[in-house]
Design a protein around this ligand. Sequence first.
Ligand SMILES: NC(=O)c1ccc[n+]([C@@H]2O[C@H](COP(=O)([O-])OP(=O)(O)OC[C@H]3O[C@@H](n4cnc5c(N)ncnc54)[C@H](O)[C@@H]3O)[C@@H](O)[C@H]2O)c1
Ligand SMILES: O=c1ccn([C@@H]2O[C@H](COP(=O)(O)OP(=O)(O)O[C@H]3O[C@H](CO)[C@@H](O)[C@H](O)[C@H]3O)[C@@H](O)[C@H]2O)c(=O)[nH]1
Length: 464
Amino acid sequence: MKVKNICCIGAGYVGGPTMAIIAQKSPEITVTVVDINAKRIAAWNDPDVEQIPIYEPGLSEVVAEARGRNLFFSTDVDAAIDAADMIFISVNTPTKTYGMGKGMAADLKYIELCARQIARVATTDKIVVEKSTLPVRTAEALKNILDNTGNGVNFQILSNPEFLAEGTAVSDLHKPDRVLIGGDLDTEAGREAIQALVGVYAHWVTEDNILTTNVWSSELSKLTANAFLAQRVSSINALSELCEVTGADIQEVSKAIGMDSRIGPKFLQASVGFGGSCFQKDILNLVYIAKSFGLHEVADYWEQVIIMNDHQKRRFAAKLVKTLYNTVSGKRIAMLGWAFKKDTNDTRESASIYVADYLLNEQATVVVYDPKVTQEQILADLDYLGTRSETENRALIKVVNSAEAACEQAHAVALMTEWDAFKTLDWNSIYAQMLKPAFLFDGRRLLDRKLLEEIGFDFYAIGS
Ligand SMILES: NC(=O)c1ccc[n+]([C@@H]2O[C@H](COP(=O)([O-])OP(=O)(O)OC[C@H]3O[C@@H](n4cnc5c(N)ncnc54)[C@H](O)[C@@H]3O)[C@@H](O)[C@H]2O)c1
Ligand SMILES: O=c1ccn([C@@H]2O[C@H](COP(=O)(O)OP(=O)(O)O[C@H]3O[C@H](CO)[C@@H](O)[C@H](O)[C@H]3O)[C@@H](O)[C@H]2O)c(=O)[nH]1
């Protein structure tokens, strides 16, 4: 079967970019991305393509090429479901904040709502693709809901997890290490559905890079990949603390071990802690699944990755307070960067949120600059923690339009996100504008210690 009409439910960081690339590479397939968030859809449809709601290098060009040709954004979810032969579910699956599994399990209510809506609306056979990251065996629940509608429609369920990283979404989608498709390999209809999706990706991905497995392996591989990646970051961050007390340097250690081809050089960059919407959520989900099967040693093993990450964020903030003579009360601390990594405007679970919260508890005045994050978002992130009232947050935190403005009259600078532009700031003039001694805390190992110490900074960097 050749796919002609795709619907994607969820126009977020995954649904938007993924569907834009499918549309770009497959001009004969009509792709409609739908969402209940009308503001988000309006932004995707903004005549000025630079105003699309997600900042990703190269994405606006792809959208400009395909939008209106075979790529559409709409709030009419029912119509798009009805017209499609393949439906991607790409809605959010956050950590549960209530009830059973609170703080650990994935909240699947949005997934279930999608399944019920598809079941209600569909009048022709559909292939339903899990694009969201889901606990292993979710496809079983989806199948139950879809097969019990009694309207005679046949559904095939595939798992097709997404591995793109934010900030590099377009290149990751153009050249994926692999595309993973899980489906029912035991039936003819299952194999046909898998081949239909293979046919979509085969527009630009070689078949050697398209891996087909059973559904459960596909679902579990996604959680496993994120757990392994996050584990590398926590491992290197754990050793960064040891470096600080022994005189070893984490950059040198990373390089030395990364040259071992069995270890490899990627994901060994020490930092103020990993952030992003996925790592923490997916590991907590894995821990919850292991616990629910009574596998407590497995659960404890993976939970340690999160414990270490929380420790890294806290110890960075604590180091800053200790170095500033044990108090930051009334002091001005500049934070450079709020996004969880460079080249994205996403702030979900960013280390900056937790470090700022710690410093605000110590009564600091925090002044933030990020090239892509709005004041509205920064305040919303802090309010969401619920540590203090909205009024107090607004009194203690300031958001400014440049790194220089953030650092003016500051007692200390905390470099939080590795934006390229921070490398080439005029640190001489920043130093001149700061209170002395001028402290600089590099949470990303972005800056040149020798240069900054020569200027006069009291310089501290993670892992040295
Ligand atoms: N962000 C990433 O880099 C990334 C990468 C790989 C996988 N994932 C996974 O992909 C999924 C989506 O993540 P995201 O970052 O795109 O989330 P997101 O919050 O940016 O987008 C999800 C969108 O789904 C919409 N939505 C929710 N319920 C809906 C419904 N019933 N009908 C229509 N629209 C609905 C929301 O309004 C929202 O716009 C998650 O499971 C996530 O774990 C994310
Ligand atoms: O050596 C490293 C690498 C990353 N990080 C941090 O780890 C976090 C996550 O980074 P990254 O993995 O690059 O971005 P994400 O967009 O969160 O992507 C991850 O999560 C996605 C959602 O599931 C997956 O699709 C991707 O494959 C997976 O890399 C960020 O805060 C990074 O700064 C480090 O501190 N050191």
